[in-house]
Design a binder for this molecule. Sequence first.
Ligand SMILES: [Fe+2]
Ligand SMILES: [Fe+2]
Length: 266
Amino acid sequence: MLIAQISDLHLRTDGKLLKDKVDSVAALEAAINHLNALDPQPDVVLATGDLVNKADKQDFQALRAGFDRIQAPVLVIPGNHDDRTLMRETFGDQGYFQDEKFLHYTVEDYPIRLIGLDTVKEGSDGGELCGSRRGWIDSRLREQPERPTFIFMHHPPFGTGIGFMDKLDFYGASQFAEIISRHPHVVHITCGHMHRPMTVAYSGTAASVAPSLVFQMALDLKPDAPSGFVLEPPGLKLYTWVPGTGLVGHVGVIGDYGPKHPFVPD
Ligand SMILES: [Fe+2]
Ligand SMILES: [Fe+2]
């Protein structure tokens, strides 16, 4: 099974550059072309939030039109820049949203069970898994304790060492970590929001963050570093199941860096 993850597209279709610097429409196009050129093709593409920049209906419609051109099925979860109501309007016909309030769901179609979590905290850029959502994920994980399970969510429930991003709280993080510790069949938890790839040992499993499709946060690990972004290449993640090893996560970059070169003697 091959799982692709794209994150933090921040699409704006009003003709303006994102942060005065990035053409998010072109970034979506590049991601679509990159995904469709993958060989082998992913079984599924996870789009982990901050899909549009300002929760605008026109942007969501353009996003849906773009995602419809991706050959593999795409599953979406919300980020702090998105809007649950507009996401339901835009993607609800695909039938995988299972809850009336939150945009969380399980996907049972693949050898690895997928669970999308909704970590949006209304009115905040920080994350949240309230008691209701924590109860939901615990119940889902109890359902199939033997099955490898892959969780995807927008906000990382862990610190990153990037000071200005870690200032935002994630409510319910310690309780979520305690839930995960009781479910060793969780093979990975992947997130977005941080606009930079990273990995961490987390509560008995592994967790990671995907790069953004538009801009990356500066890799500045001074605790008091000012916030800022850099125009490093956009990227995506590919998770493949390797017999004898388990789930392996790769980071790919999007863009033209020339052909594959054969090894020649030096
Ligand atoms: Fe973002
Ligand atoms: Fe975010």
